[in-house]
Design a protein around this ligand. Structure first.
Ligand SMILES: C=C(OP(=O)(O)O)C(=O)O
Ligand SMILES: [Mg+2]
Length: 439
């Protein structure tokens, strides 16, 4: 038993210079925990509600003073004196007090901040790193922890880069790395080769997008794939074997829901669901693509069924906007065979308890999990502990050149030391065609 003594919320700034919520929880034992809440830009329609003030005289309406007020008054009012070690009870009480389906009254940003700050405080009181506290709470005793395989944004598009191209993330997978530090070395090599190539190709400026990836106005979406392949080879790494490719199509953001078509604005092309799948299938054959996220839109369940039937045996198909870390939507995907992996974003659902439920459900159905940051982040590194502590297997943080991203990559380096170098590595993807072909 360790009761909550005080809860303090405040407004801080995130990596886009927008306000976000920070929460400190102090226990009667004197231990404290802190959480800085992330924020998305290419958000799914079915996410838990991020409460913003809407008063345009401050931060273009993006202030979070209302959410902070809820932390400091209503929420702390019901939580002070509660046992912080009973995470499920804390989260349940907050959900009950909010009373809505999507946390829109008090704000998922307010609730998430308290939920994770409490976990931090309890870990600190127990003298444990957060990942260990999470593993002790949620994993079986003999489960061996490992550093997740990172998928790393190198070229950005869509809403993260001013719509230079339509597809949002061109990422690399250091599948041939035997250790996490080796993986980072490979990522850094490809990152810098990509910059060199962009300048050599005559683009004016290489421009950095929200997650630190390069965001030039390329001539087509496919040019980004060609660039990545060249950069991997120029870095002296074996394409597909040492470094593979992942995509986040983020297609909900160019889906025309009225006409049921996908509008690739940068190429002036309009595609049906089946034509989108045809395009992705061609790319899988041409490039060493191991994972595709949101290949189709959040409303296109039928398209997802076709996508999964056609490509699910060859690549990882990750639902982000599709599932929004929501156990009900994940269960529907499992039932109708839509996707085979879940992107896990804690603020899409809003509490630690529900995040764990989403991960457990995904794993129980044999789905992979990718624990993911948002495009708006802070120096908070909770994500890394969450990915290790739930044995997520894969992590998506963004690119290397942003301290909001590096805080997480560097936290994984520290945890790596403590785990004696245990790394999930490329074997996590051995079910995909490209890697299984290697034998
Ligand atoms: C990280 C992502 O972007 P955002 O946080 O903007 O939703 C994503 O789409 O996977
Ligand atoms: Mg996504």
């Amino acid at each position: 038993m360790n009761r909550i003594k005080s809860i303090t919320g405040r407004e801080i700034l995130d990596s886009r210079g927008n306000p976000t919520v920070e929460v400190d929880v102090t226990l009667e034992s004197g231990h404290t925990g802190r959480m800085m809440v992330p924020s998305g830009a290419s958000t799914g329609r079915f996410e838990a509600w991020e409460l913003r003030d809407g008063d345009s005289s401050r931060f273009r309406g993006k202030g979070v003073q209302k959410a902070v007020h809820h932390v400091n008054h209503e929420l702390s009012g019901i939580l002070i004196g509660q046992d912080a070690e009973d995470q499920a009870n804390l989260d349940h009480r907050m959900l009950e007090l909010d009373g809505t389906d999507n946390k829109s009254r008090l704000g998922a940003n307010a609730i998430l901040g308290i939920s994770f700050a409490a976990a931090h405080a309890v870990a600190s009181a127990a003298g444990k790193p957060l990942y260990r506290h999470l593993a002790d709470m949620y994993l079986s005793e003999n489960e061996r922890l490992s550093i997740p395989l990172p998928m790393v944004n190198i070229i950005s598009g869509g809403l993260h880069a001013g719509k230079n191209i339509d597809i949002q993330d061109f990422l690399i997978y250091p599948v041939g790395a035997e250790t996490y530090p080796q993986a980072l070395e490979m990522i850094s090599a490809v990152y810098w080769k990509t910059q060199e190539l962009i300048l050599k190709k005559g683009y004016v400026g290489y421009l950095l997008a929200d997650e630190g990836g390069f965001g030039p106005a390329l001539s087509s979406n496919e040019e980004a794939l060609e660039l990545l392949c060249s950069a991997i080879e120029l870095a002296g790494l074996k394409l597909g074997e040492e470094v593979g490719i992942a995509l986040d199509i983020a297609s909900s953001h160019f889906y025309n829901i009225n006409n049921h078509v996908y509008e690739l604005h940068s190429e002036q092309r309009i595609l049906s669901s089946s034509q989108m799948i045809d395009m992705l299938e061609q790319w899988i054959h041409r490039y060493p693509i191991l994972s595709i996220e949101d290949g189709l839109a959040e409303d296109d369940w039928e398209g997802w069924q076709e996508l999964t039937a056609r490509l699910g045996g060859k690549v990882q198909l990750v639902g982000d906007d599709l599932f929004t870390t929501n156990p009900n939507r994940i269960q529907h995907g499992i039932d109708i065979k839509a996707g085979n992996a879940v992107l896990v974003k804690m603020n899409q659902i809003g509490t630690l308890t529900e995040t764990v439920a989403a991960v457990r459900l995904a794993k129980s159905a044999g789905f992979q999990t990718v624990i993911s940051a948002r495009s708006g982040e802070t120096e908070d590194a909770t994500l890394s502990d969450l990915a290790v502590g739930l044995n997520g297997g894969q992590i998506k943080i963004g690119s290397l050149a942003r301290s909001s991203r590096l805080s997480k990559y560097n936290q994984l380096l520290r945890i790596n030391e403590q785990l004696g170098g245990a790394f999930a590595g490329g074997s996590i993807l051995s079910h995909t065609n490209h890697l299984s072909k290697k034998g």
